[in-house]
Write a protein that binds this ligand. Structure first.
Ligand code: SAM
Length: 255
């Protein structure tokens, strides 16, 4: 009888060590500071080098969101709270078809990684700007504004959504992917989250100053015409069995 030989899975020591560093930072990095900017940089400064590898497995739905956006040729795109600029990779060569892309973030360490990326990709139409997503004013109105897992970290997220509305052209697109929890009594057709989900995830994420909210989606739906909305669950690395709720929203500013 033929025996099946299966090679034991190779443990990639380097990536495991990187993961340990990130997990240590998630649990123990300073999350306090006099200002929101200090809190962001205090949290991300020590994990900037390892950020992309771990978040690729944690922050689900970014690829699907970015690829679903109807970017106009020669359009302008602002990625608010864009961190290391990794979202741009999902567009590949289409980046070159845009007039400009701006990654706005408060963490200088993550923006340094973004700038290295842009240089190595030779994207000359792309900029990284240290600024607040609630107040950054671009040189011209934007065609597309995105937030990927940044709304939950912006204390005044109402202001961030209002500001995105303000800087978008008429007919401009907003696209968001983020963690959330549903309302106790959700809108018709929205998913209902049980007690444990509604209470566990906000408490868990708040340790890292991430605040999943039942109100982000209803507010986005109020301010923008909905093009698409979907609700999902995603695995958390090293936490077998736990799946955090996240959504994808694409909306349009009225013409
Ligand atoms: C979880 S990370 C997501 C980064 C990136 N969008 C991604 O998908 O990998 C949240 C990001 O939001 C940024 N951020 C938080 N508050 C911000 C604000 N008020 N203005 C600009 N960026 C902010 C943080 O510095 C951080 O880079």
């Amino acid at each position: 009888m033929q025996t099946l030989r299966t090679n034991p899975p190779k443990i990639n020591r380097m990536s495991f060590v990187r993961d340990l560093r990130v997990i240590y930072n998630l649990a123990f990095a300073p999350k306090s500071g006099a200002s929101h900017r200090e809190r962001m940089e205090g949290f991300y400064g020590a994990q900037a080098e390892d950020y992309d590898d771990f978040r690729r497995r944690l922050l689900k739905g970014r690829r699907e969101l970015m690829r679903s956006i109807p970017f106009p040729r020669n359009g302008t795109w602002i990625d608010m709270g864009g961190g290391t600029g990794s979202n741009l990779e999902y567009l590949g060569r289409r980046i070159g078809e845009l007039k400009s892309v701006t990654v706005v973030d408060l963490s200088p360490s993550l923006l340094r990684i973004a700038r290295e990326r842009f240089r190595s990709r030779r994207w000359n139409n792309v900029h990284a700007v240290e600024a607040d997503a609630t107040s950054h004013v671009p040189s011209e109105p934007a065609d597309v504004v995105t937030f990927s897992y940044s709304l939950t970290m912006i204390p005044d997220w109402f202001a961030a959504i209002d500001h995105a509305h303000k800087i978008l052209k008429p007919g401009g697109i907003i696209a968001v992917v983020d963690f959330y929890v549903g309302r106790k009594f959700p809108a018709p057709h929205a998913r209902r989250h049980g007690f444990a989900t509604r209470f566990f995830w906000p408490a868990w994420f708040s340790i890292d100053n991430v605040f999943p909210s039942p109100d982000h989606v209803p507010y986005l739906q109020r301010r923008f015409g909905q093009i698409s909305f979907s609700e999902h669950r995603g695995k958390i690395p090293y936490l077998a069995g736990l799946r955090a709720p996240y959504y994808r929203f694409v909306g349009k500013k009225a013409d």
